[in-house]
Design a protein around this ligand. Structure first.
Ligand code: FAD
Ligand code: SF4
Length: 470
């Protein structure tokens, strides 16, 4: 009777899954959100209004059929919901965990007008996790195999999105990655408290059962040349991400104790996963005063990893104010709860120290005129310099593309900032200047999100299928 109530959203408020209390979770790396129980998932799904023109679907980069699977969950029909969510999304269990829903699907929910958006992300995670636990697997039994095969460079969300669509259409994907596990930044960047590593290893098994082949620990351009791939395969997809670290361009950046964010996070992931080559590769901030520079997702992950490694203190300095932080609001709130101190409107101008870090010199900023992206530019306030004492500085200023050595010989064109030119609106979407090579994800759009990388990988696969005429 309760489930037949169309006004459920009035009686039942938005309720997120339970969180492990901050005092406990800051001592461990496990995921902080507990799974939804069946009843809670059904109740929360039933809050959906089933809008005629669902904005959530439009705002979701893979255009998930959100109200339809919410309805299935409210009826307890999880396996059908799993089938449906996999029609549009390659990694629903991952997106449910790491999408900034407040800026995407949930941000567009009509119930934001005073009632609180439907917990779309948590339900998506619930669908996939529950279906897998029940033994559900994507059904590829009706796939008619062609004789075509495609090399996918990079097992991040873009490469996986592409391989998923190819295999469902009978084209054999062989995915190469230089790392020992699939996932790209999902495994080696995003820490376990947001996305537990067993999620990706289970997904690898599922993909392998579907017919996707992975060749890990294999770097293209080093272990295998692109020329070989071009000869052996009918097409090539590149989803290689962005791995050139942005620098601040101020004195002291090379001092002992200053680390780029990603090597820090990767060293922690390698230790946790048992992939560490030698003990000295591990960057340990236990007992250190840590200053993190930046305000995006990467900075938040550094903050919270440092807390879990038992840093004495963690201070995050960001040059704009809280409202202008690019990181997910949910993760900023989680970082605060776990004990990270935020210093807003502070621009670093130097790292101080003799032969190792002793502090970071910052200047206060005020927001000036909007820049080219419409975001207000931070301007230094003269005479407001101060030094934040530090033993370790983690620099999280973002990433630039890292074009492959072979781009020129293969006529793969890039723009001035190194992003691969692979237009979405093209006869064959995401085709590069070399007709046989397609590309998507961060290396095409610049550092962005997991779900946009998946969306591009999937659309590029559709372009490849057209190009191969299958
Ligand atoms: P990647 O995930 O970078 O994958 C590229 C893969 O290509 C890697 O595995 C790499 O090893 C492989 N590769 C590269 N060159 C070669 C080669 N020559 N041979 C073989 N393999 C190669 N997004 C969110 O939506 N939510 C978040 O919470 C979030 N948090 C983030 C936290 C951090 C610390 C970082 C760095 C990013 C975060 N992002 C987040 C962004 C998101 O992870 C990326 O946008 C997304 O992973 C990009 O996917 P991709 O497939 O294009 O590239
Ligand atoms: Fe929302 Fe991301 Fe899921 Fe789309 S993929 S419905 S944006 S959580």
């Amino acid at each position: 009777e309760r489930l037949s109530n169309d006004f459920q959203f009035i009686e039942v408020g938005r309720c997120d899954p339970d969180k492990v209390p901050a005092r406990l979770r800051k001592k461990e790396f496990g995921e902080i959100y507990k799974p939804f129980k069946q009843e809670r998932a059904a109740e929360q799904s039933h809050r959906c209004l089933h809008c005629g023109n669902p904005y959530c679907e439009w705002k979701c980069p893979v255009h998930n059929y959100i109200p339809n699977w919410l309805k299935l969950v409210s009826e307890g029909n999880i396996l059908e919901a799993a089938e449906l969510v996999h029609q549009t999304n390659t990694l629903p269990e991952v997106c449910g965990r790491v999408c900034p829903q407040d800026r995407l699907c949930e941000g567009a929910c009509t119930l934001n007008d005073g009632f609180g958006a439907v917990t779309i992300g948590s339900v998506e995670k619930y669908i996939a996790d529950t279906a897998f636990a029940l033994g559900w697997r994507p059904d590829v039994s009706k796939v008619v195999w062609t004789d075509k095969k495609v090399a996918v460079i990079g097992a991040g969300p873009a490469g996986l999105g592409c391989a998923d669509v190819l295999v469902r259409n009978g084209v054999k994907p062989v995915v190469f990655d230089r790392y020992p596990e699939i996932g790209g930044l999902l495994t080696f960047g995003i820490p376990e408290f947001k996305l537990e590593k067993s999620v990706m290893s289970l997904r690898r098994e599922i993909f392998e059962e579907m017919g996707i082949e992975f060749r890990l620990n294999t770097e293209i351009g080093k272990d295998i040349s692109v020329d070989e791939l071009m000869e052996e395969y009918d097409a090539v997809f590149m989803g290689m991400g962005t791995y050139t670290y942005m620098k601040g361009g101020f004195p002291g950046e090379d001092l002992d104790g200053v680390y780029d964010a990603l090597p820090y996070l990767i060293s922690n992931a390698n230790r946790r996963l048992g992939f560490e080559a030698q003990e000295s590769d591990f960057i340990n901030v236990k007992g250190k005063r840590v200053v993190v520079l930046g305000g995006g997702d990467t900075a938040m992950d550094c903050n919270r990893t440092a807390i879990r490694q038992q840093a004495t203190s963690v201070t995050c300095a960001y040059r704009r104010d809280a409202a202008n932080m690019p990181g997910s609001r949910r993760e900023v709130a989680n970082a605060k709860e776990e004990g990270v101190s935020f210093l807003f409107n502070r621009q670093p101008i130097a790292v101080i120290g003799e032969d190792k870090v002793e502090g970071v010199k910052v200047v206060k900023t005020q927001l000036g005129e909007p820049d080219g992206n419409g975001r207000r530019r931070p301007e230094p306030v003269p005479g407001s310099e101060e030094v934040i004492p530090a033993d370790v500085v983690l620099v999280a200023f973002g990433f630039r593309p890292s074009p492959g050595d072979w781009f020129e010989s293969q006529q793969v064109a890039t723009d001035d900032s190194g992003r691969v030119l692979a237009p979405e609106h093209h006869d064959f979407p995401f085709q590069t200047a070399n007709p046989k090579i397609f590309a998507g994800g961060d290396m095409v759009r610049g550092s962005d999100l997991v779900v946009t990388a998946i969306a591009e990988g999937r659309r590029a696969a559709a372009g490849i299928l057209d190009y191969l005429d299958v």
